[in-house]
Design a protein around this ligand. Structure first.
Ligand code: UD1
Length: 369
């Protein structure tokens, strides 16, 4: 059985790695990786691919940047050609990126059934391109792998038949468990910070970077907290460009802008942080898996359970004063009760998923919702 995994961004590579490791050991299964080229910088792509030891992509689609439509359109056309050529029995896509949508759409139009990993995630905000991608891919997929029962319930409410939904847990947790032994405290040395005595910040969502007022509020809040303890902020290329456009591109005292980090250094930075401030859906979950409290730089999150358990708090950057105050409060708050990090599975999601996908009849096409 030939399975093609279509991916193209940093978080896709990390999520795909544990799944590939299991698929590799299933007799009769051959997995081929198709890289759309959505992320093309060495720091965002090559380095991460190498660290997570994903099988070398066989096909590069070279999509690069562009507007949403340009980027997705280029990937769709190129993915269709690649899938025609490779003739897979099944296609796997992860998460909610434009690469995910392009891979899924190209496959179903060729009548190749699609597995969607991390299905059933919703922000209920269609202004986010990731939300549009998730909804569409969930309704195209034959196999929907969800991280926890609430995601399955969301899909059922959208009319997706129960038979298509499988709860396996979060492959992000698998990756954290797999790679954390390589993310030891000595990785902090080059950053000159001590474990438990710094804040880690990441922000790259278009809603934050493309709104100069939000960007200014985030930077002001981080500069403020940096008077208390160092803030390390690895910058996505989009964020770097937006900060430079806004004249905010220089690190202030205590606030250190860093280049995009490799996955292992990033895991170490997350693991030993006192607090994580982020607008990333993946980083907020990783924070929870490391039992590090987080502040989410958004008005809402797809992962509300993290808030219910006290591990995360929402601070929309539109309100600069509340953001500054909220970050200080998060630093002063007592640690939430340790629930064992079990909200999103047992760290064996990739194993469950790979077995299920390998056993599923490849002729299955989506049932009408
Ligand atoms: C994408 C995903 C987002 C995910 C994020 C992880 C979509 C719609 N969004 O956002 O869900 O959280 O990846 O990083 O798919 N750029 C570079 N070098 C690169 C890649 C991008 O300089 O290697 C620049 C592009 O020129 C562009 C900007 O970064 O200006 C944004 O890149 P893009 O691929 O559009 O989406 P991300 O913001 O990375």
């Amino acid at each position: 059985m030939r399975i093609v995994t279509v991916l193209g961004t940093r978080p896709d590579f990390i999520k795909a790695a544990p799944v590939s490791r299991h698929l590799e050991h299933i007799p009769g299964v051959e997995e081929i990786i198709v890289h759309t080229g959505q992320h093309y910088d060495a720091a965002l792509s090559d380095r991460i691919l190498e660290e997570v030891q994903l099988p070398r992509p066989r096909v590069f689609l070279g999509a690069g940047s562009g507007t949403q439509g340009q980027q997705t359109g280029r990937m769709l056309e190129a993915a269709e050609a690649a899938l025609r050529d490779l003739q897979p029995d099944k296609v796997v896509v992860h998460g909610d990126t434009n690469s995910t949508l392009a891979g899924a759409l190209a496959a179903v139009k060729l009548h190749i059934p699609v597995a969607h990993v991390e299905a059933g995630v919703r922000s209920f905000d269609r202004a986010m391109s990731e939300e549009v991608n998730r909804v569409l891919v969930d309704h195209l997929a034959t196999w929907l792998y969800v991280t926890h029962p609430a995601a399955a319930e969301l899909l059922r409410r959208e009319g997706i038949p129960d038979a298509l939904i499988t709860c396996v847990g979060d492959v992000t947790l698998d990756a954290v468990r797999l790679f954390s032994p390589c993310a030891r405290e000595n990785r902090l040395r080059p950053f000159a910070v001590a474990a438990g005595a710094y804040v880690l910040a990441t922000f790259h969502r278009a809603e934050n970077t493309d709104d100069p007022a939000c960007l200014r509020n985030i930077v002001a809040a981080l500069e403020d907290v940096a008077t208390r303890m160092p803030v390390l902020a690895p910058l996505h290329p989009r964020t770097r460009a937006a900060l430079e456009r806004a004249g905010l591109g220089t690190s202030a005292d205590g606030l250190h802008y860093l280049p995009p980090q490799g996955y292992l250094d990033m895991l170490a930075l997350e693991r030993f942080a006192r607090l994580i401030v982020t607008d990333s859906g993946t980083v907020q979950r990783e924070a929870y898996f490391h039992r590090v409290p987080s502040v989410i730089l958004r008005p809402d999150t797809e992962w509300r359970e993290l808030i219910a358990r006290g591990w995360a708090r929402l601070l929309p950057p539109a309100d600069g004063q509340a953001l500054r105050q909220g970050i200080h409060e998060a630093l002063d708050a007592p640690r939430p009760a340790d629930d064992g990090g079990t909200l999103l599975g047992d760290g064996r999601a990739a194993w469950h998923l790979a077995r299920h996908l390998a056993d599923a009849p490849s002729t299955a096409l989506p049932l009408a919702g």
